[in-house]
Write a protein that binds this ligand. Structure first.
Ligand code: ADP
Ligand code: MG
Length: 252
């Protein structure tokens, strides 16, 4: 049976309150307050080094933080590995550099975690994997190795692989930044489809066309702070901060 996108159970998908993080003496996240509602699509943009990756990596504990709280789908993120595991089960992540296992086929990349972490029978995991490979429109690549695929195809495999764990929230960190221009659209199309299916999504991206098309809110980060967050019309039409305007002048 085809798995269906599940949205979060809690009306608030992600709640971030007073989040502060330092790398040594460097204050990388400064008092971040942000809430993502169930089913919301958020696009985060901002200059390089502003803390975008660090922020989304905190959400599934790829980074620790010193102050504040993060609650994902009603589960508070603490040092307890059980709650970290529980949150990681809810959250799928797609990185700029795909991070596929090069020695495994596309199908094996997609079934590894479902079989070993979720204890799904292999046949069932393969059926789920094929379902998502069809969704990202590359079922015919299932037997190939990542190195035999184009960057756009690899990123679509990475998206399918994340979806195979049945996440309720998807985090994307500049998923198209490492791609040749002609491959950006095929990946964005996949993400637009996912957004239409109702997935809660937090996407770091400078693809402002994508932001306009799918974002419920666009967030601008600068120097570890959220300077503004607004629906696309307001964000692009009447940006409030001079720094947002300067940034938009560069990327639009
Ligand atoms: P962005 O994704 O917006 O480009 P990052 O979150 O990657 O920004 O990085 C924010 C700042 O933190 C940058 O100045 C970066 O050099 C620094 N930084 C990121 N990761 C580390 C780390 N592991 N150790 C020390 N500094 C880091
Ligand atoms: Mg980054």
């Amino acid at each position: 049976m085809a798995p269906k996108i599940e949205t979060t159970r809690h009306p608030i998908a992600i709640e971030i309150e007073g989040l502060d993080k330092w790398f040594g003496g460097f204050h990388v996240l400064r008092g971040i307050d942000f809430t993502v509602k169930r089913g919301e699509r958020i696009v985060i943009c901002g200059p390089s080094g502003s803390g975008k990756s660090t922020l989304i990596r905190c959400i599934n504990r790829l980074e620790t933080f010193e102050r504040g709280r993060i609650v994902v789908d009603g589960i508070e993120l603490t040092d307890d590995m059980r709650c970290v595991d529980e949150i990681r089960r809810e959250v799928g992540m797609v990185f700029q550099q795909f991070n596929l296992f090069p020695h495994l086929t596309v199908l094996e990349n997609c079934t590894l975690a479902p079989v070993w972490v979720r204890k799904l029978p292999r046949r069932e995991a393969e059926a789920v994997a094929m379902h998502y490979l069809e969704r990202v429109r590359i079922p015919e690549q299932a037997g190939k190795y990542p190195g035999q695929l184009s960057g756009g195809q690899q990123q679509r495999v990475a998206i399918a692989r994340a979806l195979c764990m049945n996440p309720r929230i998807m985090l994307f960190d500049e998923p198209t930044s490492a791609l040749d221009p002609e491959m950006v659209k095929e990946v964005l199309d996949t993400m637009v489809q996912l957004a239409r299916d109702g997935m809660t999504m937090l996407v770091v991206s400078h693809e402002m066309g994508f932001a306009r098309e799918v974002a419920d809110r666009v967030v601008f980060m600068d120097s570890g702070q959220i300077l503004e967050a607004a629906p696309p019309d307001a964000f692009f039409g009447t940006p409030q901060h001079a720094r947002t305007r300067a940034f938009l002048a560069q990327v639009l």
